[in-house]
Design a protein around this ligand. Sequence first.
Ligand SMILES: [Zn+2]
Length: 372
Amino acid sequence: MISINQDRLVEQFMHFVQIDSPFFEEANFISLLTDELRKLGLGVENDRSGENGAGNLFAVLPGTNRSLRPILLSMHTDTVEPGRRIQPYLENGQVRSDGKTILGADNKSSIAATLETIRWLQSARPEHGDVELLFTWGEERGHRGAKAFDASRLRSRVGFVPDGGGPLGTIIRAAPYYTSIRAAFIGKAAHAGISPEKGLSAVVMASRAIGGMKLGRIDGDTTANIGTISGGSGRNTVPERVEIEGEARSLVLEKLEMQTRQMRSVMEDAARELGGKVESDVQREYDGFSIGPDEWPVRKAVAASRAVGLRPVITSTNGGSDANEFNAKGIPTIVLGMGGQGYHSTQESITVQELVKLAEWMGALIIEAGKD
Ligand SMILES: [Zn+2]
């Protein structure tokens, strides 16, 4: 029976969200978290890889039986915007913001819950192996901290990232490959009334290209989007330059490559047919992963869910997280749903019950991981 101190957990969570940590400005929160980890008697290292004095924090909770398999438990310290001067309210068993900002439960609910789990583990001392704790910076903008982290420091060969959407018990075993697309269409400026025939419209070129793209949900594994268009200089000028930004994602690498080829070729066709130019920049931002439903980390997350009365749901996501980076570094890592509602919006909330259950789930996971 895992016994979590609910009041201390809620209080710490509400304190954490009041320390601003929008991406690339995590340093204050990271220094607070360093103090909290030290109070728990853990050695903490900061790799100083971040911006403005931030870095990834790495700490090890020593196992009560250090011969058992170690696991990585990783969370991110940064939040999205609007994430400054967050004022959390606790009402009817639910924590939410004042409606002007996000709450920051993504991902501070998991951080607060994990600290409370550690307090319980340290007092109850059930049998478990080492827990390698990593607190990353810059997750919300390209998983920058996890990318920068030197994974050769880890003893763990398996990881868990409690940073997923969905109710507690959600076990995300696959996530997409992701490609960003930027393109500039280049035509020729001219007076739109006096000499339009001397111009070449980059707006027409971009719209023909976008009109030819497969976008939205391509299939069960794949999506694509053009998110921004900007360009032109005025109503009476044939536009010389238009820039677009978009993305494509897929759980299946071949499908992603087929999709990005299609987007690239319609852009090139439109430019060529209209006599202009396109300069495109297509980048794989991160790689996807897929871990079998019967593989060890999934089995352990399922067992831990059942141990604390959660219904395990094994699924995939079409969003990326730090887990993509750990998988790319050779550490099979799955994502766990952290409960709550409305992430990345000013309607974000989480219940006290979820915070407590999240802590119990993390505790059960650490114990289950030691059982083979
Ligand atoms: Zn997150």
